[in-house]
Ligand binder design. Structure first.
Ligand code: FMN
Length: 184
């Protein structure tokens, strides 16, 4: 499907799809985050076909409950050449949602030139979902009535304040949540 062929934007519905414990959702993008590859699990969980996903920007599956600040952190991390790990709520074609524990990494060629990005996602623990859902709701409300960088900076400030009270770095926080229990 070309970008000119308009796809309707899914309207969120309150229906959670759960990823099985040993299931992985994989995607690969170009440097502009247009999708170049998805595995079958991606299509099965999201409800989108390969044709609907390929060459589309990855924000096609962005859920409106996700704070902008999380994606700002993701891109800041990737642009530095580092790997990002975090919890993401995604939208399905029918508006349902699914939570993932995502690992996103830049892909470099032998000359060190950026080729694109990869992401592998699996089911988060339920403890993680409960904690993150609450935190993201607060981050989203910190972004309310703000635009662009102002919005993402406000929610990142809230996240940093939260981490300071927890006395943890962002990565310590996400790792510890993942180790809180087995995923289900
Ligand atoms: C490899 C890769 C995987 C990504 N996976 C997701 C994803 O699963 N869900 C999502 O909402 N955004 C994902 N993104 C981030 C999107 O490109 C985008 O920044 C995000 O959806 C926010 O959309 P916006 O920048 O239009 O606000 C991914 C980016 C890359 C490079």
């Amino acid at each position: 499907m070309t970008k000119s062929q308009h796809q309707s934007i899914p309207q969120p519905i309150n229906n959670e799809i759960r990823l099985g414990e040993n299931q992985f959702i994989v995607s690969k993008t170009d440097t502009q985050s247009h999708i170049l590859y998805i595995n079958r699990r991606f299509m099965q969980i999201s409800g989108f076909t390969e044709e609907e996903l390929l060459n589309q920007p990855h924000n096609l599956i962005r859920h409106p409950d996700m704070p902008k600040g999380v994606f700002k952190l993701l891109w800041q991390t990737l642009k530095k050449g580092d790997e990002f790990i975090g919890y993401v709520k995604n939208i399905c074609k029918d508006g349902s949602f699914y939570w993932v524990y995502a690992h996103v990494t830049p892909d470099y060629d032998s000359k060190g030139e950026l080729m694109g990005y990869y992401s592998v996602r699996r089911a988060p623990t339920r403890t993680a979902v409960t904690t993150i859902d609450k935190l993201y709701t607060q981050m989203l409300s910190a972004e309310k009535n703000k635009q662009g960088d102002q919005a993402s900076n406000a929610s990142i400030a809230l996240l940093e304040a939260f981490l300071a009270t927890e006395k943890k770095s962002y990565f310590q926080f996400v790792h510890q949540l993942d180790n809180a229990e087995t995923s289900a």
